[in-house]
Design a protein around this ligand. Sequence first.
Ligand SMILES: Cc1cc2nc3c(=O)[nH]c(=O)nc-3n(C[C@H](O)[C@H](O)[C@H](O)COP(=O)(O)O)c2cc1C
Length: 218
Amino acid sequence: MVETTLAKKLVNNDFSEVMFKRQSVRKFDPAVTISRDELQAMIKEATSAPSACNLQSWHFVVADTAAGKAKAKSVMMPFNFPQTESCSAMVFVLGDTRSYESYRDVWNQACEDGRITPEKRDEIFKTFLPLYESASQEFLIKDATIDSSMAAMQLMLVARAHGYETNPIAGYAADKVATTFGLDPDRFVPVVALAIGKSVEAPIESTRYDAQNLTEFI
Ligand SMILES: Cc1cc2nc3c(=O)[nH]c(=O)nc-3n(C[C@H](O)[C@H](O)[C@H](O)COP(=O)(O)O)c2cc1C
């Protein structure tokens, strides 16, 4: 659980406003900087997201300097240059397909803290670890992609709660992302990048399909 002290610092704690007024912003005030403390706090808050077996298969690369943004721009498709150049930070959310290698740490900690018994911990290890240790790369990529998407969506809403706007971006050279940031491309899969900053535009109001036509009750 994220400490409630973090929630107290939110500048917008109105759920409806945060969620339903979110819109993709593509032009930010380039003069606005967000401190690394605040970026780190937002990521911490976003990682309260659920994840498969609590594997937390996500990883964040934050480009918040001129050099970092130049690297981010080098993988972007040109239509995403305006956001990349004007945002305060571009956060790449990547899936970690080897998160199961540190899986024991989370549950050993829970056990040490007295939140679960050693028997419960061992039962969790016995149930889930073989599943992941023998999983195909395709399975691991899918799992890591879902986990990371959960965290990314939370990060967009958390950013709004901190008074910022975002643009989710997948228009980049996915095959270049990990290597450009010095990460192992066999381990880390790019899921989405989030441009974060203060808006200087009135974004396009997007429409949605009628949810009734997309829903089946069985
Ligand atoms: C996975 C994903 C990838 C996206 N990639 C881009 C992108 O590369 N460039 C961009 O300008 N917007 C991108 N978007 C933003 C969508 O265009 C936007 O969410 C959609 O039009 C709905 O508008 P809204 O976000 O304002 O509600 C992406 C959104 C998602 C979820």
